[in-house]
Design a protein around this ligand. Structure first.
Ligand code: NCD
Ligand code: ZN
Length: 364
């Protein structure tokens, strides 16, 4: 079956009363797994939902070399639940000192699939990120030549820029000139949060794509202050106004292959979240597919879920979609409100809610 036939077959009409749905096993194109005890605690939630995933490199210290990425990949494989076949796809953390040869070596050897560009200071563990795009010109040109994608955290880093405008300012001041500069480079705008970014991604497809998180489809910036300050909903880019959330919903159900799944599951301990200076990140991994299914259902577009979750990302990265399936059930499922990590815990996004959709059988 060709990829196009798959898309046609995936877009079959559905009836509103459908109460179960079987889709190809999805991939998660944006995951923070951390390391050590945290890795062991959160990984089973991702491996229960996804067959493959792009692993973010913002560890301390960041994953900047082929050797570090190989070692991290081995630690992830060793932490998988018994018998699980999850495949981590690694990324290289770009700094002002990244070498083009190292980038090409990791790509040619199949160690990493893409490189992550954090503007220095934009988000959690991004202090070693790129301060000067000119410093990595040779790296970007090499990536353009070998067809390796750059994954961009698209927020302005000037502290004077209003936090709710940082994505838009980055797109205007950095991304649009960047796309003109590197016309052949494959670019993913990570965790799109605004209507304007949706339009930029669409206008530059197919070499540009955008990932969209479950939480940005569910919450807006007012949710952060609902009844009091909600640290567990704080992430970067921060949730925006309601009309942006609605634009993201239209984007994911559009069937446009330039938008695909990326949960940005970003666990932090409750101690770090419920603090006078709360870390940015939502632990979305445990309830991601259930949330996406609910969103597509609410938008009467369950027929578009498979393309978003299981086909479009693979197509962008030139990979074959997974052959197994996962079943989604319109049946409330119980989830833990939090997951223990050593003497602390990580609060699960929507873990305290009864979710209308739950996961059924996975067939590898
Ligand atoms: C992420 C993290 O915690 O590593 N936090 C977040 O708010 N999304 C980093 C990131 O993806 O920006
Ligand atoms: Zn992230």
């Amino acid at each position: 079956m060709t990829l196009d036939t798959l898309f046609d077959a995936a877009a079959k009409p559905h009836s509103k009363s459908v109460d179960s749905l079987t889709i190809r096993r999805p991939d998660d194109w944006h995951i923070h797994l951390r390391d050590g005890a945290m890795l062991r605690a959160v990984l089973p939630f991702t491996t229960a939902q996804f067959a493959r995933g792009i692993i973010m490199p913002n560890l301390v210290p960041p994953v900047t070399t082929v050797a570090m990425a190989e070692a991290y990949r081995s630690r992830i494989l060793a932490a998988r639940p018994e018998g699980n076949d999850f495949q981590p796809m690694m990324t290289c953390y770009l700094t002002d000192h990244t070498s083009a040869d190292e980038i090409e070596k990791g790509y040619a050897e199949g160690v990493w699939l893409a490189a992550k560009l954090y503007p220095a200071g934009a988000t959690t563990n991004s202090a070693h990120g790129v301060k000067d795009l000119n410093a990595i010109r040779a790296v970007l040109e090499r990536m353009e030549r070998i067809g390796m994608a750059v994954l961009i955290h698209g927020e302005a880093t000037d502290p004077a820029v209003d936090i709710f405008d940082r994505e838009q300012v980055f797109m205007e001041q950095v991304l649009l000139p960047f796309l003109k500069d590197y016309r052949g480079l494959k670019v993913v705008i990570e965790h799109v949060t605004t209507q304007e970014t949706v339009e930029i991604v669409r206008a530059h497809a197919p070499r540009v794509a955008g990932t969209i998180t479950p939480h940005h489809l569910m919450i807006n910036r007012t949710s952060l202050f609902q009844g009091g300050l909600r640290p567990h909903l704080y992430c970067l880019p921060v949730a925006k106004r309601e009309h942006h959330r609605l634009a993201l919903r239209r984007a994911v159900i559009s069937g446009d292959t330039c938008f695909y799944i990326g949960t940005d599951t970003a666990p932090h301990t409750a101690r770090n979240k419920e603090s006078s200076c709360c870390s940015a990140g939502v632990f979305a991994g445990a309830t991601a597919l259930q949330t996406y299914a609910q969103v597509f259902d609410e938008e009467n577009a369950l027929d578009k879920l498979e393309a978003f979750a299981s086909l479009s990302g693979a197509r962008f990265h030139g990979l074959t979609p997974n052959s197994g399936t996962i079943e989604l059930l319109r049946r409330p499922g119980a989830l833990p409100a939090a997951v223990m990590v050593e003497d602390d815990e990580v609060v699960v996004f929507r873990g305290n809610e009864e979710l209308p959709w739950s996961l059924g059988e996975v067939r590898p």
